[in-house]
Design a protein around this ligand. Sequence first.
Ligand code: NAP
Ligand code: 8YV
Length: 324
Amino acid sequence: MKFSGEIYVLVPGPLNEHAIQRIRDTFRLEPIPTGDAKLVTPAMAASVRGVASMAPVNAALIDALPKLEIIANFGVGYDGVDAKHAAAKGIMVTNTPDVLTEEVADTALGLLINAVRELPSAERWLREGRWPKEGAYPLTGATLRDRRAGIFGLGRIGKAIASRLEVFGMPVAYHNRNPVEGSSYAYYPTLVELARAVDTLICVAPGGKGTEKAVNAEVLKALGPNGVFVNVGRGSSVDEDALAAALESGTIRAAGLDVFADEPKVPQRLLDAPHTCLLPHVGSASVYTRDAMADLQVDNLVSWFSEGKAITPVSETRHVEPKS
Ligand code: NAP
Ligand code: 8YV
């Protein structure tokens, strides 16, 4: 589909190649290197009606684009987009839920197994030629057997993780702000109560103010010395100094992390901490899933500009109607 009369879509910073190709085929793509509002030219300000982004979209960038109607975010988590500010200005924000759920849940289970059974270290042992020289890799101090899992954020991805954990024979409990209707998993109204009740905590909650450093020293202490912490949500939800300290001191046993507070920087203390499996934010990173995310991102733009409806609006902007 190509619109008659060009629609300008701003792409701040890097974006998935499939998304870029589809935007080029359908709209007039205006790239800028980052989401810095100072990079918006007067011509862009006068013409841009859509933003397609993987990078943050802050209030200043939104304010620099007076004709803006929609921000289509690449990713289900949209903590980088100032959705409240967009909503106040009648601008639609969309994200990419569901299409990545199973991929991210698979990654969470991979991280859990790697952290508990030390598979990356065992592979290093083999590759470094230590097996023939030194014998078998040491037995792992931790196991998945007899574990009890707690999910921080039992939403779409949390439920997909929970059903995998059930197949592994683990009882599942969770913490959300509100209990999930119809769920048979045990609900804990606070994160620390959940951590006390389990020994395996998996974070898949959204980032942002509501979850800022929620996984703190108290929660990690409650998880205990056999505790394993897995994070596929957002790094901002974790006090990373407290996590490094808990791993160094044996307050918890192990961690599997896909996300960090200041990506792509990873704190040296976490790199040095024992029993960790660290991944560079690859939860959804297969061609299959990233293509599906790109399609949903661009389909939202197409639907907005052809029918005046977003396919997957975020909750803050569900009420937003087209301006003209
Ligand atoms: P979702 O369906 O909206 O689920 C989010 C869950 O978190 C909900 O159950 C919600 O329940 C709970 N929650 C939200 N705020 C909370 C708070 N302040 N305290 C406690 N619980 C809270 O979202 P999803 O599709 O599962 O995605 C979840 C998150 O995963 C994304 O936002 C993103 O940050 C992350 N993610 C990471 C990757 C990766 O590559 N690693 C990929 C995709 C997504 P209540 O509303 O009842 O609190
Ligand atoms: C993406 C994600 O890697 O969907 C999310 O919330 O964190 C991941 O799927 C990210 O959005 C791309 O930067």
